[in-house]
Design a protein around this ligand. Sequence first.
Ligand code: AMP
Length: 429
Amino acid sequence: MKILVIGSGGREHALVWKLAQSPHVTQMWCAPGNAGIAQERLAKNSALVECIDISADDLPKLLAFAQEKKIELTVVGPDNPLALGIVDLFQKNGLRIWGPNQKAAQFESSKVFSQNFMEKYGIPTARAGTFSDANTAKKFAASLGGKCAVKADGLALGKGVLICADEIGANKAIDEILVAKSFGAAGAKIIIQEFLEGMEISMHAICDGKTTKFFPTSQDHKRALDGDKGLNTGGMGTYSPTPFLSGDELKKVGDQILNPWLRGCVEEKIDFRGILYPGVMLTKAGPRVLEFNARFGDPETQVYLTRLENDLVELLDASVNGTLDKIELKWKPAASVCVVMTSGGYPGNYEKGKPICGLDDAVKLPGVKVFHAGTAKNGNEIVTNGGRVLGVTALGKDLKAAHAAAYAAVEKIHFDGAQFRRDIAAKAF
Ligand code: AMP
């Protein structure tokens, strides 16, 4: 099978790495990919995965490439092409593609859509309101005592959520999005949610339009600094499983979210094939969905795919074909920890092009896999090329072992200005 993966981050490296292990794959391309992806080889014939210089948002070029190479399955990593309707476009042209169509991707591309859907179908979520007028929004924020999350409706490069501690902060956030329009059209509307306290976990379910299968839980670390301090980032590290829900509790929480969600999808004629990733706060009053994403989380993908035993091609095929009911998800009993190494200054300004050394030594450690996110090749060197640079991931017999192996690998890797959190998975201990 010829496969095209779209995207260039750690999530896409993990997808490529796992897909490359499948005996079904004869050729694989990644658009645009990164330096780590370009080093992966297929288990079937040792062929290298080829990175092609097409951006993940350039739908016409991606379509032309898939048609020219007769791609048999395209796998979409990031949210943007999904929101732009890449799945609809490829299907209209007779190409098989994995991911939700544009209507289904609204669960991520519109927070207003998601919030309304959750309220209509009884999915447990935060108390919230939708606004396009700043004065009405401020009154609602005041009714919550100013402690709230102000969220731009549309996609805003992961920066559209402002957490506010008081009324002054809430008013500033509302003005920033609705009046100063700092997120452009993505902020034409906002939702304001009550601030929820509790343990935040990531949940992922693979869906095929009628069947959903839950993954084990994982936990991301969104803030840049240890102890959940500093600015919000795309994710500084993950681990799986988490100790916060037993198997029975996970099933219960999953049913509370997915049963009404599926009922709503049937009612609204939403055919969701792909990953549904609800961000969930485990509050004292029970689980509450903060938001839905319509794709794999990054860096969650890196811990999930190192634990997944199933052939990923067969799993994604079943999600496209509507035959997930015939598949049983199998997970290694081991734990996985991913520590993200970033460029100095991230999530603010940072420099690129710093040579990375020690990668070969790191991967010699047992159970370690280094996924590349923002890397590029410069001659024979691998250099930094983004904010999040590497996802240093390790499998171990339990979380403690995985944690020790991941940090031992991080210690072997060096580049100028490298930053990472030292407390990934600490909440589990
Ligand atoms: P979102 O993109 O909507 O998941 O928001 C980004 C991050 O903001 C989440 O991962 C949470 O840490 C935090 N957050 C979002 N909504 C709330 C809320 N209602 N209460 C507390 N924290 C929140």
